[in-house]
Design a protein around this ligand. Structure first.
Ligand code: 4UU
Length: 520
């Protein structure tokens, strides 16, 4: 049996027991005067020393406001240098940061603030209208703005005396609480400890082999685990300069790569597709790029090769999941294998598990399970979901179907969990179903993802309408359903297609049989 457990082919690493902030800044302290974070649009920058000092001053200010270990703070902002300041200041105080998607509708923000019991919300000025509305009905006692503002306190005003890291149990204390629906149901708070985050950065950096002079483009959002850990974590730890972009734009991307001589570009499949096709490529010199990473959704081998040839550097993949801090598989060095997501990272084990729970061997397809120091503590206030996801021996079920070859390279071939991925962002079918079922003419609903070249997947709803005899309106249209969902969720979660059917296929226990809908 044990022969079917896949060990990492990479050397073991040692993981220091320090806070995430101490770890990131300690490593970078050898380059205090190098730019740590540059705001792409404005060029405003913090050196590593300025970043360190701002983090500890804001931590001092937040602590005098009463922020203490165990407190949860919401953070809603697009990527910008101050994101890292706020994020780490909360960590230094011993707090927990729950990172919120700035594209969210007020209702989605309120839900996250309530579920995480956040006592404070820190918002970029661009998110203030929605943050103000959302914080009203929430447990938040105060809304703080990241930029100068008349009505609210703002972070420059809160800067205090520098404080040291407040002591917490780095193995047990959740320092971040990003939300993920995991393999089923509604979005849940994923409790990641300092140790989880530090472990994964050590694992990532041992595999990617950064040079001492790297510059990374930070367009993937910091609120999502990929941007949080790989851009804000692993690159800064390597002493690399990161250049932030508040949102994706192809031309600005190419301009910034040229201007800042970007060497490492972490991306998602729709960006790779854009790079493979854009006529703008000829206008810019992007020869500084050493490697492009793709993750968060499947990237076909052919597309990876086309993009790699056009851009002139390897395009490689990694595989991750919020619950794994996030990386369990990564392409080491420059050893590109199109279609594969790389090898199991150091100190981590993989299994491929068949439908009857049996371990499968080389080149066989089954559910990917992983075990390692980067696996989450659990879901906040949800022991049942935690138990369904992590077994008693610490194995996490990913809900993805993969295969591992004789060299240890893993390829994702399918997804068996409910999750829909729109350009790498999570869309939880259960969340959309819960909204649609409250429509007065709807008796039942199921939402699945349908393939789309650009987005990867788009949400489609199968809807069962009430009959006229039951008081339903027979003329309810697809647009009615779409418009009903619209105000409740972010643009990327909007229902793309609606199909009216007579009944939703379900198992004897009442579970939606999504496979039948996908094949219908
Ligand atoms: C096929 O998307 C993420 C994290 C992605 C990530 C981060 C750092 C990838 C590489 C990296 O270096 O997290 P979540 O929680 O939003 O979504 C997790 C799900 C996975 O379960 C899988 O279904 O996203 C999908 N996914 C992938 N699918 C992630 N990476 C891949 C991949 N191929 N390479």
């Amino acid at each position: 049996m044990t022969s079917h457990i896949f060990a990492s082919p990479l050397p073991a690493v040692s993981i220091p027991e320090v806070s995430i902030t101490e770890f990131v800044l300690q490593q970078a302290s050898r380059v205090p005067d190098r730019d740590a974070i540059i705001d792409g649009p404005s060029g405003k920058a913090y050196t590593f020393e300025q970043l360190r000092s701002k983090i500890h001053q804001l931590a001092g200010g937040l602590q005098s406001m009463g922020l203490k270990p165990g407190d949860v703070v919401g953070l809603i902002a697009p990527n910008c240098p101050d994101y890292a300041v706020v994020f780490h200041a909360i960590a230094v105080c011993g707090g927990t940061v729950t990172t919120i998607n700035p594209a969210y509708a007020a209702e989605e923000i309120t839900k996250q603030l309530e579920n995480s019991n956040a006592c404070l919300l820190i918002s970029d000025i661009s998110c203030l209208p929605v943050a103000t509305e959302a914080s009203k009905g929430s447990p938040c006692k105060e809304l703080i703005c990241m930029q100068e503002q008349e009505k609210l306190r703002y972070i420059d005003q809160l800067m205090g005396e520098e404080i040291e890291q407040v002591s917490v149990d780095v193995r047990q204390h959740p320092v971040v609480l990003p939300y993920s629906s995991g393999t089923t149901g509604m979005p849940k708070g994923v409790m990641l400890s300092h140790f989880n985050l530090v472990a994964n950065i050590v694992q990532i950096n041992a595999a990617v082999q950064y040079d001492t002079d790297e510059a990374g483009l930070a367009v993937l959002p910091f609120f999502h685990i990929y941007g949080m850990q790989v851009l804000m974590g692993s690159l800064l730890t390597a002493g690399a300069t990161i250049v932030t972009m508040p949102r994706f734009d192809m031309e600005q991307t190419l301009q910034l790569i040229q201007k800042h001589r970007i060497t490492q570009y972490f991306a998602v499949p729709p960006i790779i597709l854009g790079l493979a096709k854009t006529p703008l490529l000829e206008k810019y010199d992007i020869s500084s790029l050493r490697k492009i990473f793709s993750g968060a959704a499947p990237l076909g081998g052919e597309l990876a090769e086309t993009a790699s040839q056009r851009v002139g550097c390897p395009v490689v993949q990694a595989y991750g999941m919020t619950e794994i801090s996030p990386v369990s598989h990564i392409t080491p060095g420059y050893d590109s294998r199109p279609g594969s997501s790389g090898v199991t990272v150091s100190n981590t084990l993989s299994r491929i598990v068949g439908e009857d729970g049996q371990d499968l061997g080389i080149d066989e397809e089954g559910e990917l399970w992983v075990k390692g120091p980067q696996v989450m503590l659990g879901y906040l206030n949800n022991e049942e979901a935690t138990r369904e996801t992590i077994d008693e021996n610490g194995w996490l079920r990913t809900g993805d179907v993969g295969r591992i070859d004789a060299d240890g390279y893993m390829s994702i071939v399918d997804r068996v969990k409910e999750l829909i991925k729109y350009k790498g962002f999570q869309v939880a079918p259960a969340e959309l179903e819960a909204i649609i079922v409250t429509h007065p003419d709807v008796t039942d609903v199921a939402v699945i993802g349908i393939p789309d070249e650009e987005a990867g997947e788009l949400p489609k709803a199968f809807v069962v309408l009430k009959s006229a005899a039951d008081g339903g309106e027979p003329q309810t249209s697809a647009d009615d359903i779409r418009n009903f969902v619209k105000p409740h969720v972010a643009t990327y979660k909007q229902i793309h297609e609606v199909e009216f059917i007579d009944s939703i296929p379900k198992s004897a226990s009442g579970k939606i049989l999504r496979r039948f809908l996908r094949n219908s």
